[in-house]
Every structure is written in structure tokens, then in C-alpha cells.
Design a protein around this ligand. Structure first.
Ligand SMILES: Cc1cc2nc3c(=O)[nH]c(=O)nc-3n(C[C@H](O)[C@H](O)[C@H](O)COP(=O)(O)OP(=O)(O)OC[C@H]3O[C@@H](n4cnc5c(N)ncnc54)[C@H](O)[C@@H]3O)c2cc1C
Ligand SMILES: NC(=O)c1ccc[n+]([C@@H]2O[C@H](COP(=O)([O-])OP(=O)(O)OC[C@H]3O[C@@H](n4cnc5c(N)ncnc54)[C@H](O)[C@@H]3O)[C@@H](O)[C@H]2O)c1
Ligand code: SF4
Ligand code: FES
Length: 797
């Protein structure tokens, strides 16, 4: 068997081995040396790992077992230190010698560390591998302030991750706008505006000249003499191909290891692939071109016919939630180019297509990147403007973009998988799920941005046979899901539960205890002002405005905004408790006082004598806002958490929501009001508020996701309103925010609420919903019919 040795157990090297195994499964005796002590993992997803919610196991591309199954001898955590090209041997740092017939060098790149004084101090790091992520995650526990040097794609993904880890983040960029290599000024400025809103601080046109501190970094100094204090410095100023080994072995090396179209280096039987390579004077830093190289190299080593590697046109997308940016091909304008531009300043969407000699050569998209994949295909084949424009004719707005694509258009940019290849695999191999398409075609196996399109293709190809297994009908009375019912109500303008049941062919005449409350909620949400709540459709607790207890009595929880009370209210509570023989007075988890054991017929009089609003402890609505004592009394407090909590509770009091909503506001990261397990958790830091959403401390324990960092109390109210309204409009009835955020993804939620126009509209609809609020206890007391029907015809004292 021929001995094949791979140096570098990373993305390009292992993809090449996978391609070789497809062509000649048992032909080579394969040995892999990897400096990192892990199996091959998806480096692209490190940006997610840095955010703290993804682990190595989630991003592993080839499990240990894969190496065993393919008889690959893997040496993890072992570095090759020397290549002897004459004797065809490699040597490792652990004293091993391995002979080869074919050698592949796939050593990737290393982050460029600026050669400035202090760059070797503790607390200065690159962002390249798992250990970098682990270091940053650990440091974020201890330190508050990070500075990222480099406002390119890596720097911004690092900055977003560090924000998510709760750090304050400054980004220093040499150029005068962000992602200068991939964007033009307009897109760069839109991006900056959005990221500032997310909490990043930018220093553009700024050169760092020194890292300050003794052993550990304490600050950075700029060329203009300014300094900023910082605890952590992340260098993201580009990468350098890892060429030392090749250089020392006497191979021809420029910026990268020089290869020809066959991926051959200057020495026979030694090949190179990936970021360490220079081909036609170009190096690459994205996986798509590296995988193209890997395919060519596999064919070359297996002795198959091929066209050779001709270089790649690349596209990039920033993986920062709440931001959609796409760039492909040539984006700089010159006297020879023409551009098509559409800039919607209100929606903050921007599209620029660069044209040369009537052909598409590049594009930038901001705000709406749905067209990215299609544009990239057109740019790759340098399609004419006429062809591009024609592709839009006969396109139904509602139709998925994949339907309009031709078979040779690329769906998965990272892995170079075309629409035709995916459709063929679905049809010929009987694939029915995203997972199966991933395994069979490699599509969606890297950055994951094409998942939506692959799913659309499955749907398009399989038609009625496609089931995403996620359709759950409201109940047995209908075959429609929650989502479909809401869409039908909106589309057909339905206004009453009876009407919904008739028009949508309900199988039962009266509906059931599952669908009636759901329809009542949806109709109220869609027509907040005109809809008359159907009390009889509500659950018993909501009908009676009190929680029924085990023994048939009720509990009464009066509203105490922010958990704050006073002597007068406490006195009233004590009087009522004595007068009505309250069985137990208990503090609730939400910092309220619960009067337990009240008879149904006493409820209206208890409410009247309390003279306090309902605490909604029974409702599918905003319940309590728990607060910590905050800056006024606590020595750690940085913000007025009590005031903020009271404002939130007053604003959203009585709001109907798909399920109960609990909130918490704390004035420092110690988070005494436990915002990390609340539906909405607000944490005050110095000059900043962080808003977390989707937490749950109950049966479905879930840690809340950071939605956004903002500066003012008004912004906290506005972003919270936007989130809650988005939840109200898009969650299924009885779906808690934890499930909702999990289902739609925090990135999607961020995308919506961070869009200024959408946030504005959501706030308007929220205001409308809140405008019809009536205090339910007062309403019940004043309504003789309610008193008669629900509270056993009592007389008010
Ligand atoms: C945070 C982050 C996000 C990214 N996001 C994207 C993205 O969204 N889209 C995209 O296309 N690309 C992205 N990239 C770039 C992409 O990950 C790289 O282009 C790709 O991983 C390069 O593959 P490679 O095999 O050439 O190098 P690597 O994946 O770096 O693999 C090289 C391996 O060789 C090992 N090695 C080096 N020297 C030796 C030696 N002497 N002996 C043994 N082993 C050695 C290294 O330790 C490493 O494990 C991202 C990169 C990072 C860091
Ligand atoms: N989503 C993605 O596709 C993705 C994500 C992360 C990383 N990557 C890849 O990782 C590699 C590294 O990314 P990167 O962003 O470091 O490289 P880059 O070269 O794209 O960007 C480096 C940035 O640093 C700036 N810079 C350079 N010197 C500076 C200095 N002294 N001070 C301040 N700023 C300075 C540059 O102007 C540029 O904006 C790239 O190949 C990139 O394609 C891709
Ligand atoms: S969260 Fe912080 S500010 Fe609030 S009470 Fe706890 S320690 Fe004090
Ligand atoms: S486009 Fe990145 S995985 Fe498909």
C-alpha cells in the first residue's frame, strides 16, 4: 500500500482525505499528524463557541471513530517539526519518524500578531482555535473590558462573541470603515451603525502602537497618543500562511507554499492544500476555495483526470446575529466598472452589483442577503446583466428563490454544491431530511448559511411527500397548525372564534378547551382594538382572575410594581387577611404577597378592600418584574434596577401573551433577580443595560440569550416591547419564550428587533395592544352581570 502522510488535521487536509477515500477507498495507508489534540473540527463555528453556547462536540466534523473506520492512523497533539524530502520522511516533536510516498502539507495559517511593544503580554491573543476560545471565555469571567484590533470579518465575529460573554468591547480598525476588504463605504457604515447599536465601540482610522501594562495588558496606545484601558486584547489583523516547515524543507515558498494547478509543490510527491498554499500569487482564507483545491488534489493523487485548479472567486458572509452582510467577487469601483445600486435608507437595506463589460463581477448586500447565493452563481460564471435581469422575470414574490435557480447554480458556497447535485441526490438516494442531504452531498456542512435553501430544495423536490416533522396541529378539531391558523385569520380577515371555526372547517362545532383559548388569544392579538375578549373561552383562572387551589379556594396576588410595597398597602393586606380568614400569607418567587385560601364569593370584596390592581398571577400575560435593590442601596449596583423594573411592569401590565411572561431586573452581573432564567432579564452594567430573553427556571430549564446591549432606559423599554410583540405575533399559544427563542433562534429574533424600522412597527403595534388594557378586578366589581355569573351572585359590601 502507498503511504500517504497528511500534516495538519484541519478542514482542508481532512476534506482532501475524504475526497481521496471516495475515489480510492482502500488504496492508501494514511497517517495524519495534527498539532491540536482534537479530531477535525469546524473552525468556522468557533465564532459560535466563543459565544459560550456551543462546545467542541457540537462542531466536530470527523469523530475519532471516523479515523478508525477508515484505518487512518491519527496522531492528535503531535507536531511535525521536519520534512526530509530526499528520504521521504517526516519527524515529529515526540520523536516519531514517518515515511511517505505522498505527502500533503495542510498546515493552515496563524493569526498575525502586530509586532508592537507589549504584544507578548499576558492577555493578548489571536482567534484561531479552540484554545483561543477557551482562553477568552475564561478571561471574560474575570475581566470586563476587551479590545479587538482589526475591524475585519474575524475581528467583528470575535467582538460579537465577547459582547455575548458580557464584556465591554472596543474595536480598533486601521481603515476608515469596517470590513474594508469585503464592503464599500455605504455597507461598512450601515454595518457600523448596527454594531454600535449592539454595543460595540469603534475607533476607525486608528493605528495601535503599543500594548500597555506590566506582565498583563492594562491598555493600548494609539499613534495619535490616545490610550484606552483594557483587560484583554484580541488581534484580528489578518492571517499568515503557516509555511515554516515547508520553507525549512527547501520548498519554494512566497507568501504561501507555492503550488501549481495540480497542487504540487516544487518537490515531487509533496503537495499542499488549504490556507498555507499560494496559487497564482493568491492565498485564500475561506473554506470554499480550499475545498475546491482539495477536490483537485484528491484526483491528482489518485491519478484521475481533472482540469486542474484555476483559482477561485470568493464570497463572504458575516456570522453576526442581527446583521446580514454578503460580499462576493470584485466590489471596488473603477473607471471601467458600472454599478447597479439600490439603497433603502429607511429599511436599511443596500444592494450593489458591480458590472464590467456588461457582465456581473461582484456584489455587496446589506440588510437582506437572500439573493446572495444566486448572485454568487451569476458572478462565478460572469453572467451578463441581461441574463441576470431575465432570471427575475416570472418570479413570483412568494416563490422560494431556489425555484428560480438553474441546476448549475451553487446552493452551498462553502462546499461548492449545486442545486442540480442536491436535487439529484434527493431523487436518486431517496433523501428526505436536511441531515441526510448534509451527509450525502456535504451541503450545509460548514458555515450553515445555506440550510434554509437546502430545506427549500427538499420541499420543492419532494412536494407533498416532504414533511419537516414540525407540523403540530392546534388540536384534534383541525388539521391546521397554529401558524397556519394565524395566517388564515389575517388573510381572510376573520374576527370571531365561531367564524374561524366555520371558515376553516373545524371538525367540531364548539371547538375544545385547547383551541378555544388559542383562537381567543390569536384574534385578540390580531385585532387588539376591535376584538371583544370571549371570557368563556379562557381557562378558569383567567375567567375568575384568581388561581384556583387544591381545596377549591382561590389565591389573590395584588400588583406590587417591581416588588416594592409600602406600609399602607401592607396594612391593607393584613386587614383583609384577618377579615377573610386567609389560610396563608406567602411571598411568591416573583417578590409578591400571595393571600391563599380565599372563598370564591369573597373575591370581589377582597379586591375592593385591597384597592390594589390585579397582579395577574393567574394569566397568560406579563406577570411580575422582579428587581434587585440596585444602585440606591447595594454597593455593587450600577443602575436603578428598581426604577427600571417598575417602568417595565407599568408599561406591560395586563398585556396578553401566548404564555406567562416573567421578568427580572438587576443592577449588576451578580444578577440577584435571576434575569438569566426569566423570559426577559435586564442586567445593568456601568452605562449599559443588557437585555436577555428566553430564559426559564422551571420544567424547561433554559438560560436566557443575550438579545442586545443598550444605553438608555427608553431603549430597554423599546427593545423589550419589540421582543414581546414579536413573541406575541409569532409564538404558538402556550409556547413559552424559552421554547419560542429556541425554535426560531436568537439570531432571527435579533435580526428583527435590531432592525430600526421593524422595531418601530412592533412598538406601534404593542402600543395599540396596551391601549385597550382595563384593570380586571375593577372591571369585575363594576359589572353586575359578571358578579352574578361568576361569583355566585354576591352583593358587594
Ligand atoms: C473564528 C473563525 C471563523 C471563520 N469563519 C469562516 C466562515 O464563516 N467561512 C469560511 O469560509 N471560512 C471561515 N473561517 C476560515 C476557515 O476556518 C479556514 O479557511 C479553514 O479552517 C482553513 O483550513 P486549513 O485546513 O487550511 O487550516 P486549518 O483549519 O487551520 O488546519 C490546519 C491544521 O494544521 C495544524 N498544524 C499546523 N502546523 C502543523 C504541524 N507542523 N504539524 C501538525 N499539525 C500542524 C494546525 O494546528 C491546524 O489544526 C473562519 C476562521 C476562523 C478562525
Ligand atoms: N465569516 C467568514 O467568512 C469569516 C469569519 C472569520 C474569519 N474568516 C477568515 O479568517 C481570516 C482572518 O480574518 P481577519 O478579519 O483577521 O482578516 P482580514 O484581512 O479580512 O481583516 C483584517 C482587518 O484588520 C485591519 N487591520 C490590519 N492591520 C491593522 C492594524 N494594525 N490595526 C487595526 N486594524 C488593522 C484591516 O484593515 C482589516 O479590516 C480571513 O481569511 C477571513 O476570511 C472568515
Ligand atoms: S444584582 Fe448586583 S446590584 Fe443588584 S442586589 Fe445583587 S449585587 Fe446588588
Ligand atoms: S454555504 Fe456554508 S455550509 Fe453551505
Amino acid at each position: 500500500m502507498k503511504k500517504l502522510v497528511l500534516i495538519g488535521n484541519g478542514m482542508a487536509g481532512i476534506r482532501t482525505i475524504e475526497e481521496i477515500l471516495k475515489l480510492l477507498p482502500d488504496y492508501f495507508d494514511i497517517t495524519v499528524f495534527g498539532k491540536e489534540p482534537y479530531p477535525n473540527y469546524n473552525r468556522i463555528q468557533l465564532s459560535k463557541v466563543l459565544q459560550g453556547n456551543t462546545e467542541l462536540k457540537d462542531i466536530t466534523l470527523n469523530e475519532w471513530q471516523w479515523y478508525e473506520d477508515h484505518n487512518i492512523l491519527l496522531y492528535p497533539g503531535e507536531t511535525v517539526v521536519k520534512i526530509d524530502k530526499k528520504r521521504q520522511l517526516v519527524y515529529t516533536d515526540k520523536g516519531k519518524e514517518a515515511p511517505f510516498d505522498h505527502l500533503i502539507i495542510a498546515t493552515g495559517s496563524t493569526p498575525f500578531i502586530l509586532p508592537i511593544p507589549g504584544a507578548d503580554k499576558e492577555g493578548v491573543t489571536g482567534f484561531r482555535d479552540i484554545s483561543d476560545c477557551e482562553r477568552m471565555i475564561k478571561e471574560s469571567d474575570k475581566y470586563r473590558h476587551a479590545t479587538v484590533i482589526g475591524g475585519g470579518i474575524l475581528g467583528l465575529e470575535a467582538a460579537r462573541g465577547l459582547l455575548n460573554l458580557g464584556m465591554d468591547v472596543d474595536v480598533v480598525e486601521l481603515s476608515d470603515y469596517l470590513m474594508e476588504a469585503q464592503l464599500d463605504r455605504t455597507a461598512g457604515e450601515l454595518l457600523q451603525e448596527e454594531l454600535e447599536r449592539q454595543g460595540m465601540q469603534f475607533h476607525l482610522n486608528t493605528q495601535t502602537v503599543e500594548v500597555l501594562g506590566n506582565e498583563r495588558v492594562t491598555g493600548v496606545k494609539f499613534k495619535n497618543g490616545n490610550t484606552i484601558a483594557t483587560d484583554l486584547v484580541v488581534m484580528a489583523v489578518g492571517i499568515r500562511p503557516n509555511v515554516t516547515l515547508a520553507q525549512e524543507a527547501g520548498l519554494v515558498v512566497n507568501r504561501g507554499i507555492v503550488v501549481n494547478d495540480y497542487m504540487e509543490t516544487s518537490s515531487a510527491n509533496i503537495y499542499a492544500v488549504g490556507e498555507c498554499v499560494e496559487h497564482n500569487e493568491r492565498t485564500y482564507g475561506l473554506v470554499a476555495p480550499l475545498y475546491e483545491q482539495g477536490q483537485v488534489l484528491a484526483k491528482q493523487i489518485c491519478g484521475m483526470n481533472h482540469q486542474g485548479y484555476k483559482g477561485s472567486i470568493v464570497s463572504t458572509q458575516l456570522k453576526v446575529s442581527g446583521v446580514d452582510v454578503f460580499s462576493a467577487g470584485v466590489i471596488k469601483e473603477t473607471p471601467e466598472t458600472k454599478v447597479m445600486k439600490v439603497f433603502d435608507e429607511w429599511q436599511k437595506t443596500y444592494k450593489k452589483i458591480v458590472i464590467h463589460n456588461g457582465r456581473l463581477i461582484g456584489a455587496v448586500l446589506y440588510g437582506d442577503t437572500k439573493e446572495g447565493t444566486k448572485l454568487f452563481s451569476y458572478i462565478k460564471k460572469q453572467a451578463s446583466v441581461e441574463d441576470y435581469l431575465a432570471s427575475w422575470q416570472n418570479t413570483d414574490e412568494e416563490e422560494s428563490i431556489v425555484a428560480t435557480m438553474s441546476d448549475d447554480e451553487i446552493i452551498c458556497g462553502c462546499n461548492g454544491v449545486s442545486k442540480g447535485a442536491i436535487v439529484k441526490a434527493i431523487k436518486e438516494d431517496g433523501l428526505t431530511s436536511l441531515e441526510e442531504v448534509k451527509n450525502s452531498t456535504n451541503a450545509a456542512r460548514s458555515c450553515g448559511q445555506c440550510k434554509g435553501m437546502v430545506t427549500d430544495l427538499l420541499e420543492l423536490t419532494l412536494g407533498d411527500d416532504y414533511s419537516d416533522n414540525s407540523k403540530e396541529t392546534i388540536c384534534g378539531c383541525t388539521d391546521l397548525s397554529h401558524e397556519e391558523v394565524v395566517a388564515e385569520i389575517r388573510q381572510k380577515g376573520l374576527t370571531l372564534t365561531k367564524e374561524v371555526m366555520n371558515v376553516l372547517d373545524w371538525k367540531t362545532e364548539e371547538g375544545c378547551s385547547k383551541c378555544r383559548p388559542a383562537l381567543n388569544y390569536y384574534l385578540g392579538m390580531i385585532h387588539p382594538v376591535d376584538y371583544k375578549d370571549e371570557r368563556e373561552s379562557r381557562f378558569v383562572n383567567e375567567r375568575l382572575h384568581a388561581n384556583i387551589q387544591k381545596d377549591g379556594t382561590y389565591s389573590v396576588v395584588p400588583r406590587m410594581y417591581g416588588g416594592v410595597t409600602n406600609a399602607k398597602d401592607l396594612r391593607k393586606i393584613a386587614d383583609v387577611a384577618e377579615k377573610y380568614n386567609v389560610g396563608m400569607i406567602k411571598m411568591t418567587g416573583g417578590q409578591r404577597i400571595d393571600l391563599l385560601g380565599i372563598k370564591k364569593e369573597d373575591l370581589p370584596n377582597v379586591w375592593k378592600e385591597l384597592g390594589m390592581p390585579s397582579g395577574y398571577a393567574y394569566g397568560k400575560s406579563v406577570r411580575t418584574v422582579k428587581t434587585c435593590v440596585g444602585a440606591q442601596f447595594c454597593r455593587f449596583g450600577t443602575q436603578d434596577s428598581v426604577g427600571m423594573g417598575i417602568q417595565l411592569e407599568k408599561k406591560f401590565e395586563g398585556l396578553n401573551t401566548p404564555h406567562k411572561v416573567k421578568m427580572g431586573v438587576s443592577a449588576c452581573p451578580r444578577n440577584c433577580s435571576e434575569g438569566s432564567v426569566k423570559d426577559v432579564g435586564v442586567v445593568g452594567l456601568d452605562g449599559v443595560w443588557e437585555i436577555y430573553v428566553g430564559g426559564n427556571g422551571g420544567t424547561d430549564l433554559r438560560q436566557a440569550d443575550l438579545l442586545v446591549r443598550v444605553k438608555t432606559e427608553e431603549e430597554v423599554l423599546s427593545y423589550t416591547a419589540a421582543f414581546l410583540q414579536y413573541y406575541r405575533e409569532n409564538a404558538s399559544y402556550l409556547e413559552r419564550t424559552s421554547k419560542f427563542v429556541e425554535r426560531v433562534g436568537i439570531e432571527q429574533v435579533q435580526k428583527v428587533v435590531m432592525n430600526e424600522a421593524l422595531r418601530h412597527d412592533l412598538n406601534q403595534r404593542m402600543d395599540q395592544a396596551l391601549s385597550v388594557y382595563k384593570e380586571p378586578w375593577d372591571e369585575a366589581i363594576e359589572n353586575q352581570k359578571t358578579l352574578k355569573d361568576l361569583y355566585q351572585n354576591i352583593t358587594m359590601k
